[in-house]
Design a protein around this ligand. Structure first.
Ligand code: 13P
Length: 344
């Protein structure tokens, strides 16, 4: 495996490849398992993730890297092989979530706004994760749209945390995925696509300013933003073409062209919408960075359903996962269309 930050970053966004976000914390994976009536235990979490990582076709051809949770990077498959070795054998790069979660931001907006924590001891944790095989990391800052929010205090605090995290990663030989997520699940009635645009532009400008101040090498990082969409409860929903056009526009006006790649989160979009939006953006063409996926839910939801926690359904789960990975690979090339979705 190559060790230069720029080479790792480019490999993460290689043509037609994207990232599998499988870094659900124990609390989040429990919520996902609840939906299929499966108890979340160390073994059930391992079985589920082992199923994904042993989907050889998907891992070889469509997935460049996997974001893991602390438990998973240390876990062994049922036959004793470390899960990290299984993904490496398929040519996929191990990554690790290193933030310790979004905590209430002290002050007048603490009931709504959060700041992501995890800087304490991060230098030492990164050294350990590097030894365990991680070559990239992720840290997610969360920005909420609500009445009169986000506050500048929230954007600034999260951007500053992201920059300090990114600098520590690069010092450790680990590519930082810088993830400032403007949530789409706001209930506020004025949370339309233009409000998402305005807040995302403000957030991204602030993040790149903090990255500059922290002397983060843009060539050795990946940006993981939200797309420009309307709030889920907004009555006025944009067309897929409008989402693609506005997302590309905000990125062109805020993200320097030296950043090698942008890998989107899915954020609660349906599987197909997340794929369609990505494909339309790539079809616009003439972009200075690679645009690809780093999806959690939009890559896993169908696989989780098909598997249902039953060993006899492993092959069905793998087929569902491979299908979504393939559709998103096509989208990363701007070549997806609804017919391929149906044909499969
Ligand atoms: P979703 O694609 O489900 O939003 O997850 C991506 C992720 O890593 C969130 O931090």
């Amino acid at each position: 495996m190559t060790e230069k930050l720029e080479d790792i970053a480019r490999a993460m966004v290689a043509p037609g490849k994207g990232i599998l976000a499988a870094d659900e914390s124990s609390g989040t994976i429990k919520k996902r398992f609840d939906k299929i009536n499966l108890a979340s235990t160390e073994d059930s979490r391992r079985d589920y993730r082992e199923m994904l990582f042993r989907s050889t076709d998907a891992m070889k051809n469509y997935v460049s890297g996997v974001i893991l949770y602390d438990e998973t990077i240390r876990q062994k498959a049922k036959d004793g092989t470390p899960l990290v070795e299984i993904m490496k054998a398929a040519g996929s790069i191990p990554g690790i979530k290193v933030d310790t979660g979004a905590k209430p931001l002290a002050g007048p907006t603490s009931k709504i706004e959060t700041v992501t924590e995890g800087l304490d001891g991060l230098r030492e944790r990164l050294a350990e994760y590097h030894a365990l095989g991680a070559r990239f990391a992720k840290w997610r800052g969360v920005i909420t749209i609500a009445d009169g929010l986000p506050s500048w205090n929230c954007i600034k605090a999260n951007a500053h945390g992201l920059a300090r995290y990114a600098a520590l990663c690069q010092e450790a030989g680990i590519v930082p995925i810088v993830e400032p997520e403007v949530l789409m699940d706001g209930a506020h009635c004025t949370h339309d696509i233009d409000e998402c645009y305005r807040v995302t532009e403000w957030t991204l400008r602030t993040v790149f300013r903090e990255l500059y101040d922290a002397r983060v090498s843009l060539e050795g990082m990946i940006l993981k933003p939200n797309m420009i969409v309307a709030g889920q409860k907004c009555a006025k929903q944009p067309s897929a073409a409008e989402v693609a056009e506005k997302t590309v526009r905000v990125l062109k006006s805020t993200v320097p062209s030296t950043v090698p790649g942008i890998a989107f989160l899915s954020g609660g979009q349906s599987d197909e919408m997340a794929t369609e939006h990505l494909s339309l953006m790539n079809a616009i063409g003439g972009l200075p960075w690679a645009l690809t996926f780093s999806y959690g839910r939009a890559l896993q939801a169908a696989a989780l359903q098909a598997w249902g926690g039953k060993s006899e359904n492993v092959a069905a789960g793998q087929r569902a996962f491979t299908h979504r990975a393939k559709m998103n690979s096509l989208a990363a090339l701007g070549k997806w269309d609804a017919k391929q979705e149906k044909a499969a």
